[in-house]
Design a protein around this ligand. Sequence first.
Ligand code: RIB
Ligand code: CA
Length: 335
Amino acid sequence: MPPNPFRTRPRSQNNWVIDTVAQKIIIDTDPGIDDALAILFALAHPDLELIGLTTVYGNVPVSLATDNALRLVELADVDVPVAAGAAKPLCISPRGHADFVHGADGFGNSNLPASARQAVAPHAAQFIVEQIRAAPDAVTLVPVGPLTNIALALQLAPDICEKTRVVLMGGAVHEPGNCSPVAEANIWQDPHAAEAVFAANWHVTMVGLDATHKVTLDQGFFTGLAERSPRLGGFLNQIHQFYLDFYATRYGDRVCAAHDALAVAAVLRPDLLTFESGAIQVAVDGIAEGQTLFAKPGQFDHKAEWQGRPEHRAALNADCEGVKALLQDALSTLD
Ligand code: RIB
Ligand code: CA
């Protein structure tokens, strides 16, 4: 087995790295094919330190999300703890899982062998609180599934807002939804949890469909990954076949959106995205349930329901070629 690239990689010399210490991140995930790309990308990039994966229902049931997260850390041969989380939304009835997008096994029906590894004992919400409180400096939470674990962590320990920022994949400002005309999947799965996240007094970066639909990956991208990184790139190429076929059937073009990887890219290279600052609220019921509503600073402060809302930022565009190059550079270091 060649030396583990995740352990021996040189620190990045890019001058856009804000400091010399890798940014600590926790990815909250429902793997999920695009989640797998995001997680291997985060593990491969020298300027990130993935201190944990927390799992949540969404693309698949949480038990399978946990098994898949364990499969990923075992494939990558890294000692990253995996903590299992919520099995259902805070209030609404469970919506079901996107097996038509990610396959029944969440990895394009690739039927990978089970991992020999075990999840850690704490629930994901408790794990998030413990890791943030123990970290000597700030931690970035990168939720790329329904936000139930994040809302539960806030209920457990509101103080985490002081040491944490959130960079999440979810929502949409001007772009139509993918689970209703206005709702994106991660928000739609648990609108109450999402509203709690956007109402809390921390800084949230929302990487929604306005930006993720601008970063599309075709077969050539994955073929190239497999050529440069036969084992892990080959795995990503294998599991993305089902995902590319879904996009071809649903949208008529065999290219897929790098939804979750763009949230990780936004942590590393925010200059590759275009943001607008403002308040974000979530419709929690009715026909628009799961819609993320965006208001520019002060735009609706004369209305009670918008007064006092914390200011976040939403990604409205992304540099597709720049993000693809960032992904390729990092993932090409894998074996
Ligand atoms: O809408 C896209 C999001 O829903 C992505 O996180 C994808 O993995 C699914 O969870
Ligand atoms: Ca996801």
